[in-house]
Ligand binder design. Structure first.
Ligand code: B12
Ligand code: SF4
Length: 462
């Protein structure tokens, strides 16, 4: 049956299968986990936006294989980064069986033509307006167009609350032990969307057209209460830059203080440029921030259109966070245009000297649809378009001041040395006396990452 015929066929409540794709291991197997520390919001959010005349089944492919034979009337697929290869394969599979497939998310939105080779229609950009429109057309007999795009961005007021019990990775039976509930699983929420900056490599700012929007604080507090109702106090804000509007962030953190939550997020160094904001963040329960330092060289920051981040302030930023007991995951890119092989070692030394609890290293990735991709293409430096290799540990662009092989071998060596016993001891001892419990927790996390690294696994894909 053709996609359109099937779309127009049945009456009654149509069934949608929504899948979040996993990624492929280097040996070609689909990566799977049995327990995981957080869950994206995408599936439950789309479910909440779906009109009631559809029933929805959610599957996170990272946790279990989606049904390959399905009675669904429509399949929707989301994917991030290197998951796109698996997502396209699933899309091809369902289409070959006559099931209409739609896709969405950052990658797909920035590469509509590529995605449309694998699916019937896409939602370009956010789904708040486009998804109900697309489903309305589907219900009436078939898609009217192949690209659905909202005519405006949502103001983030009055969004339906997602059902957190439907998070595919929140499985209470897997979180029975207190340690998993208290420290391991982080409930996903978000308070803002987008980012006003325009870092060259960033797909978020492209996706949100460099806009920045915030959610009403009352609605955030409602979502926090839903987390507490599930016996947890742990929240991961899915935001990319929750503090770009400092007035909003101050107000939010103040409102969160009585809630007694523990939260973590990605964040920019901006948070440490404002002592009051940082104090409020700590008092509101912030215990961990993943911060995009990117590089310790100002010339590199300037080169990726991130000149507002000042490398010379980084030591002060780290101290300011540490003093307040906020753990740091330093997000670091190595192999940028002004890096030579010795910069891997300088960066490592910087992280150890400053006692950074965790770091994620990234070889530069040109996500298609970003200015960085366009520049790399212009300069003829893209080495592969095998998206399965777009996982930060693979040299997918030709670096300027070293060979790709050198970049890769230094990447893995840096990552091995960061989790060496010597590095762990130097980073955690002597411990900050006021935050012993938290430090112990991140010391344990280092030992887990060390084990992953020793077993040859890419630690940040698990
Ligand atoms: C949570 C998250 C994770 C979690 C996911 C946990 C899980 N498996 O469930 C973790 C931390 C594990 C993770 C890992 C990775 N992530 Co991630 N992640 C996110 C994050 C922070 C939030 C996603 C989210 O829930 N957003 C909230 C929802 C509501 O928004 P949304 O997903 O954008 O969906 C909206 C629209 O896009 C649209 N939409 C999205 N999908 C679909 C599908 C359909 C059918 C439709 C109709 C609409 C639609 O509708 C939604 C409502 O408007 C985003 C950044 C961000 N702010 O979005 C990065 C992000 C998606 N991740 C990214 C990447 C690259 C990765 C990695 C591949 C990195 C790596 N190591 O290589 C890994 C992959 C891990 C793996 N094992 O495969 C990139 C994607 C880049 C790209 N161009 O695709 C992002 C954008 C971060 C970034 N700034 O670069 N990630
Ligand atoms: S600060 Fe972060 S989210 Fe904002 S544009 Fe730069 S990389 Fe993207």
């Amino acid at each position: 049956m053709s996609a359109t015929a099937r779309a127009g066929a049945a009456g009654g409540r149509r069934k949608i299968l929504l899948v979040s794709a996993s990624h492929y291991e280097s040996d070609g197997r689909v990566a799977r986990v049995s327990r995981y520390w957080t869950s994206g919001l995408t599936l439950v959010h789309l479910e909440a936006l779906t009109p009631p005349d559809f029933s929805v089944v959610l599957v996170d492919d990272f946790m279990r294989e989606p049904p390959l034979e399905t009675d669904a009337d429509l399949v929707g697929i989301t994917a991030m980064g290197l998951q796109i290869g698996r997502a396209y394969r699933l899309a091809d599979h369902y289409r070959a069986r006559g099931v209409p497939v739609v896709m969405g998310g950052e990658w797909v939105s920035l590469n509509p033509a590529q995605a449309l080779e694998h699916c019937d229609a896409i939602v370009k950009g956010e789904a708040e307006y486009a998804w109900p429109e697309m489903l309305g057309d589907f219900q009436r007999g078939g898609f009217r167009k192949r690209v659905y795009e909202g005519d405006r961005l949502h103001d983030l007021r009055g969004l339906p609350a997602p059902d957190l019990d439907h998070l595919p990775l929140w499985r209470p039976e897997l979180m029975r032990e207190r340690i998993y509930r208290e420290y391991y699983f982080q409930f996903p929420l978000y308070v803002t969307r987008g980012c006003p900056f325009r870092c060259e490599y960033c797909c978020i700012t492209q996706f949100h057209e460099a806009t920045y929007r915030v959610r009403p604080i009352g609605e955030v507090l409602r979502d926090l209460a839903a987390v507490r109702a599930r016996g947890s106090r742990n929240v991961l804000f899915m935001d990319d830059n929750p503090v770009a509007d400092r007035r909003y962030a101050r107000e939010l953190f103040r409102a969160m203080i009585p809630e007694g939550m523990r939260w973590c997020s990605q964040c920019t160094v901006q948070i440490a440029q404002d002592g009051e904001l940082l104090d409020l963040a700590a008092r509101s329960g912030c215990f961990l921030l993943s911060i995009g330092f990117e590089t310790i060289k100002q010339s590199n920051l300037d080169g990726i259109n991130k000149p507002w981040a000042r490398a010379r302030e980084y030591e002060r930023v780290i101290r300011a966070l540490r003093r307040r007991g906020i753990q740091i995951v330093a997000l670091i890119m190595i192999g940028l245009d002004d890096d030579d092989p010795a910069d891997f070692d300088r960066t490592l030394e910087f992280l150890i000297r400053n006692k950074v609890p965790l770091a994620k290293f990234h070889l530069p990735i040109p996500y298609p649809g970003t200015p960085y991709y366009d520049r790399m293409e212009r300069e003829g430096r893209i080495l592969t378009r095998d998206w399965n290799r777009y996982h930060y540990g693979s040299a997918v662009i030709r670096p300027k001041r070293m060979t790709p092989e050198m970049a890769e071998s230094k990447f893995w060596a840096t990552y091995r040395d960061f989790f060496s016993m010597r590095s762990i001891l130097r980073r955690f001892f002597p411990p900050a006396p006021r935050h012993l419990k938290m430090q112990l927790h991140y010391l344990t996390a280092n030992l887990v990452f060390r084990r992953l690294q020793q077993s040859g696994k890419h630690p940040y894909l698990y």
